[in-house]
Design a protein around this ligand. Structure first.
Ligand code: MYA
Length: 617
C-alpha cells in the first residue's frame, strides 16, 4: 500500500508522491502511522472509536453559560431586526455598535484575562457565536475574522513577547486583526501562494511583497496574520526551497488595502484586497517557525471552524422561529399552514438539521475544551454540515413564508445571502470533502501497510494480525455487524446504534476496496472521494446525534422525547444515504454514470457552454 498525497486543484500528470523533501528516503524507513484518537480518522479503518464522543461533553456549568449570556445581553436587549438591514445598507457597523462590542469584551472572547480578554473556552465562544448568529451573521464574520482566525495564530503559536505586545489592544478592540492567506492565484490551493518575504542583509527584518484578496476585515485591520513564501535551506540536502512562513504584520508603510469588495451577502463586514510593497517585518514577528507557515495556517483554520458551526446554529434557530410563527398564524384553504403535512415535513427536516448542527458544534468545542487535539476531520465535517444545513433551513423557511419570505423586511433573504458564503470560505466544502477522504484514506493506507509489514513477521505481530484477520474474516462471511455502540447509547436508541455499526463496517470495507483497486490513483477519483466523504459525514453525524440524545434520555431532560425522535429519524435517513453513497463507489451503473458525467462536462466545457440545439432550432 502506497502513501497518498493530496493534489486537490494542482493536478499532476502522475500521482504525487509524499511531498516532503527526501521523501524516497522517508518512504523506505517510514515510521508506523501515529495512532489517531479521532473517530473519523479511525472510521477509515472500519473502527468505531467513540470514546471521545460518549458521553456528550458537558464542559460548562450553568454559571459559565450565564457569563456568555451576560456578555451579549447589552447587544441582544437593544438589537432589533431592522438593525441588521440598516448596517447592511450602510455596508458597515456604526461607532455606537463598535463601542458596545468593546464594552462587552467581544473582541477578546478567548484571550486570557492576563492579556485583557475575557478568557472564555471554546464552548463559551461557540455559544457567543450562536447568539451573534441569531441576529446577524455579518457581525459574526467581523468578530470571527478578528479572533477565530485573525489573531488566533498569536494565541496558538505566539511567543510570550508577541502575546504581550499584540493581544491587549486586540482584545480591547482598539486594534482589529485579519487573516491573509488567499491570493489571486491561490484560493483552495493555499500552499501555492506567491507573496514573498526575504530576509534583509542585516538579518533584522523580512521584506514582504505580494498581495492578498478577499480578506475579511482587510480594510479596517491594524494587525495582519500574513502567509508568505521564504527561502528555507533543507537540513538534509542543503538546497534552498521556498516554504510558507507566517508573520504578524502591522499596518504601516508599504501596506495598503483596496476598496471594500461588493458582495452578495455579509455586506456590513469589510472585505478587501491587501497589498504589500516592500513592507518591513521585524524577525521577531515570525509566527511559529520559519517554513512552518502552512501548518500554522491549517491549524488556525481547524481551530476556528467550530465557531462557524456555532454561529450558523444561531441563524438556523432564527429561521425556524420565523417559519413556525408563520405556519402557526397563516390560514390558507381554511386551515392553519401548521396543519398541513407538507409544512410539517419541512419543519421536521429543518429541526433535524438544526439539531445535528448544534450537536456537532458543541461536540467539537466540548472535546477541544477537554484537551482533544486530533480534531481536524471532525472540524472540517462540522463546517461542511453546518453550512449546508443552514442553507437548507433558511431556504425552506423562505418557502414556508412564501411571498413574504422573499421580501427584504422579513430578514430571511438577508440570512440566505449571508449564509451562502459559509459553503465557500474557510475552505470550500468541496475541498474539505476531499480533505476528509484523502486524509482518512492516507491513514487507513498506512494501517494496511502496517498489516502487510506485520505479516512478514507474524510471530511478533500476532495480536495485530489476529485482530485485523478476524475483522476481515467476519466481514467476508457476513458474521460481523461492525463495531458495537450498544454499551454507549441509551437502551431506547439501540436500533439506531446498530445502524451506525453497520455503516462503519460498510465504510471500512469500502475504504479497503478503494485502496486495493485504485491504490495511489485514488487521488484522481474525485467523484468517488466526494461520496466517501458524504458517507463519513453521515456516520459521524449519527454518532454525535446518538451521543446527545443519549444524554437527554439519561438525564430525563424535558426535550428527551423529541431528541429521541430526531435521532431516530436522522439515523434511519442517514443510514439509507450511507448505503447509497457507498454503493456509488463500486456499483457498475454508478461508475458508468461518472464516465457519462465526465463526457458531458468535457463537451460543455470545450464548447464554452450549452451544447445541444435549442428546442426551437
Ligand atoms: S480564510 C481562507 C481559507 N482558505 C482555506 O481554507 C484554504 C483551503 N485550502 C486548504 O485547506 C489546503 O490548501 C488543502 C491542502 C487542504 C487543500 N490540518 O499536500 P497537502 C497537512 C492539519 O494536502 P495541499 C477565509 O476564508 C497535510 O496533512 N494538517 O496540501 C476567511 C500535509 O502534512 P504532511 C493539514 O495539497 C473566512 C501538509 O499539510 C491540513 O497544498 C472568514 C500538506 O498537505 C489541515 N486542515 O492542500 C471567516 N490540511 O506534510 C469568518 C493539510 O505532514 C468566520 N494538512 O503530510 C466566521 C465564523 C463565525 C464565528 C463567530 C464569532 C463570534
Amino acid at each position: 500500500m502506497t502513501s497518498i498525497s493530496r493534489p486537490y486543484s494542482r493536478q499532476s500528470s502522475s500521482p504525487k508522491e509524499v511531498t516532503h523533501e527526501g521523501s524516497a528516503a522517508k518512504r523506505t524507513a517510514r515510521p508506523a502511522p501515529v495512532e489517531s484518537q479521532s473517530f473519523v480518522m479511525n472510521l477509515f479503518c472500519g473502527d468505531g472509536k467513540v470514546q471521545h464522543q460518549f458521553p456528550y461533553p458537558q464542559v460548562l456549568t450553568p454559571e459559565d453559560i450565564q457569563l456568555v449570556d451576560m456578555v451579549t445581553e447589552p447587544l441582544t436587549k437593544k438589537w432589533v431586526p431592522e438593525d441588521a438591514l440598516r448596517f447592511e445598507a450602510n455596508e458597515k457597523y456604526d461607532d455606537t455598535l463598535w463601542d458596545l462590542l468593546r464594552e462587552m469584551g467581544s473582541f477578546g472572547i478567548q484571550v486570557p484575562p492576563e492579556y485583557g480578554g475575557i478568557g472564555c473556552n471554546n464552548t463559551q465562544y461557540a455559544r457567543l457565536g450562536e447568539l451573534m448568529g441569531r441576529y446577524d451573521l455579518s457581525l459574526g464574520v467581523v468578530l470571527g475574522a478578528h479572533q477565530s482566525i485573525g489573531f488566533k495564530g498569536i494565541l496558538l503559536f505566539g511567543t510570550d513577547e508577541q502575546k504581550a505586545k499584540f493581544l491587549p489592544d486586540l482584545a480591547a478592540g482598539k486594534r482589529v486583526a485579519c487573516f491573509c492567506l488567499t491570493e489571486p492565484s491561490a484560493g483552495s490551493d493555499a500552499s501555492g501562494i506567491k507573496t514573498k518575504a526575504e530576509l534583509s542583509s542585516d538579518g533584522k527584518h523580512y521584506v514582504l511583497n505580494g498581495s492578498k484578496i478577499w480578506i475579511s476585515n482587510g480594510g479596517i485591520a491594524d494587525v495582519f496574520t500574513v502567509f508568505a513564501k521564504t527561502p528555507v535551506r533543507s537540513e538534509t540536502t542543503g538546497e534552498l526551497k521556498d516554504k510558507v512562513t507566517a508573520f504578524i504584520v502591522e499596518r504601516g508603510p508599504g501596506l495598503t488595502s483596496g476598496p471594500p469588495n461588493k458582495k452578495m451577502g455579509i455586506k456590513a463586514s469589510n472585505t478587501t484586497e491587501v497589498f504589500f510593497d516592500n513592507v518591513k517585518v521585524p524577525v521577531d514577528n515570525v509566527l511559529g517557525q520559519v517554513g512552518d507557515g502552512f501548518k500554522v495556517a491549517m491549524n488556525i483554520l481547524n481551530n476556528g471552524r467550530f465557531g462557524m458551526a456555532g454561529a450558523l446554529t444561531g441563524a438556523m434557530r432564527t429561521c425556524i422561529t420565523a417559519a413556525t410563527d408563520h405556519a402557526n398564524t397563516r390560514t390558507q384553504f381554511g386551515n392553519k399552514l401548521s396543519t398541513y403535512g407538507d409544512i410539517q415535513e419541512k419543519i421536521a427536516h429543518m429541526s433535524v438539521r438544526h439539531y445535528v448542527t448544534e450537536s456537532m458544534a458543541y461536540m467539537l468545542s466540548g472535546v477541544m475544551d477537554k484537551g482533544f487535539t486530533d480534531y481536524q476531520l471532525e472540524a472540517a465535517i462540522s463546517k461542511v454540515y453546518a453550512s449546508e444545513a443552514a442553507w437548507y433551513v433558511c431556504d425552506e423557511s423562505i418557502q414556508i413564508l412564501g411571498g413574504m419570505g422573499y421580501m427584504r423586511e422579513t430578514g430571511l433573504e438577508k440570512f440566505l445571502r449571508d449564509i451562502r458564503i459559509f459553503r465557500i470560505f474557510e475552505g470550500t466544502n468541496d475541498i474539505l470533502r476531499l480533505f476528509v477522504s484523502l486524509t482518512g484514506l492516507q491513514y487507513a493506507g498506512g494501517h494496511l501497510k502496517e498489516l502487510q509489514r506485520a505479516m512478514q513477521n507474524p510471530v511478533a505481530n500476532l495480536g495485530m494480525i489476529f485482530g485485523e484477520g478476524t475483522k476481515r474474516f467476519a466481514r467476508s462471511v457476513g458474521l460481523s455487524s461492525g463495531p458495537s455502540l450498544q454499551e454507549y447509547v441509551h437502551p431506547q436508541l439501540r436500533d439506531e446504534a446498530a445502524l451506525v455499526s453497520k455503516g462503519i463496517q460498510n465504510f471500512g470495507a469500502s475504504v479497503e476496496h478503494l485502496l486495493m483497486k485504485y491504490n495511489k490513483n485514488i487521488i484522481h477519483e474525485q467523484m468517488l472521494l466526494r461520496r466517501l466523504a458524504d458517507a463519513a459525514i453521515d456516520i459521524y453525524a449519527m454518532v454525535v446525534v446518538l451521543s446527545r440524545a443519549t444524554r437527554a434520555l439519561n438525564a430525563n431532560l424535558n426535550s428527551a422525547g423529541i431528541e429521541k425522535n430526531i435521532a431516530n429519524l436522522f439515523c434511519h435517513e442517514a443510514s439509507k444515504r450511507i448505503v447509497d453513497s457507498l454503493s456509488g463507489l463500486r456499483a457498475t451503473q454508478r461508475l458508468k454514470n461518472y464516465s457519462t458525467m465526465k463526457s458531458i462536462a468535457e463537451e460543455v466545457l470545450s464548447n464554452g457552454g450549452v451544447v445541444q440545439n435549442h428546442p426551437l432550432d
